[in-house]
Write a protein that binds this ligand. Sequence first.
Ligand code: HOZ
Length: 430
Amino acid sequence: MLSSSKQLFSQAQGLIPGGVNSPVRAFKAVGSDPLFIDRAEGSKVIDVDGNSYIDYVCSWGPLILGHAHPEVIKAIAAAALKGTSYGAPCRQEVEMASMICEAFPSIEKVRMVNSGTEATMSAIRLARAFTGKNKIIKFEGCYHGHADAFLIKAGSGLLTAGVPTSPGIPPEWTAYTLIARYNDLQSVRTLFEEHHEDIAAVIVEPIAGNMGLVLPEPHFLQGLRDITTQYNSLLIFDEVITGFRLTYGGYQNIAGIKPDLTTLGKIIGGGLPVGAYGGRQEIMDLIAPQGPVYQAGTLSGNPLAMAAGVATLRMLKEGHIYHILEQRCLKLVKGLAGLFADAGEKVCINHLGSMFSVFFNDSEVNHYETVMRSDTERYAAFFRAMLQLGVYLPPAQFETAFVSLAHEEEDIDRTLERARQALEMLPKRG
Ligand code: HOZ
């Protein structure tokens, strides 16, 4: 008999394109069918068949406190009792804006939206308006949501599906998106030398999290700051994943770099749909109704997302949380590294704070090209074995895994035990 997940998937495929509302959920890259989730609590998701999994996807990053954290649920419930959306300003938006501005020295004003995609597409519109220039530079393998300008050599589900550039975008428009190589300043300089009079902004994930986790090499981000300043272009840090993930603020706080604009999402919504973009006041004041750059949203700054986000940020402000997260992730990645080595399995594990990626790769992974040399079949086999044993890893090699505060030592120990078993289940190499 078919499992409930399989039955739902079969029904969904007749009703929803691909049976899912976001491609990366479909498990296509790992040769499996998606789980349909019934509920989630703490470090676990429980599917509609009653199977429980230790969850390292964490809704792709927002759930840094774990699923259904009592403080967050309490805040959402209290807000819901007062109405779910007003389409008018509310107190919680001001609180959220003030928390973001306080946490990010580069953000003097911030505008709330409903997703990371909205944040990044609005940020480049603003950058173009501010500079009077048209082109943007993005990096191969970086993903900034699904607006037209970004679906060129993009990461995440596009990398996984092997179609990094989406059809449906007029070729003339792609002329406005220039592609550089992550961790390669020379590739950026070359583009500025060719197009400098017309580059409005460089947008970058300061920690690349959508081709798996790839860390910036020393001086890369500072180099971007210097080059953009030299050419009067803006530097946009896409911190949708890294905002409040590694410290109370963004990766920019750790790197000591002030971008002109920052995009946020995920954690600031505490698991509800959210996005935000912010930066220097002189730039942000170009946005309507203060200025002429139009951007709007019926549900922007809605009280539920704001309440969930504010409750999450209040918890995170207790700084020791980041230390706990880092220690737990470190224990996990060290344990995994030992197990893979014992099994003679060549992997490169990139990690930072509570983020990690296991690349089935025999070299260091620090550029798009090395990412793409990973053994995706082997990752898929490992993913399937782990899932069978009750551990839910990102369902694609080119994604980042997250540890949450709800991942107790016991979860980490159990994950390592399961990884040992999973490695025994992998097909022997020929
Ligand atoms: N940035 C996430 C994937 N890397 C978004 C999740 C999605 O695309 O569904």
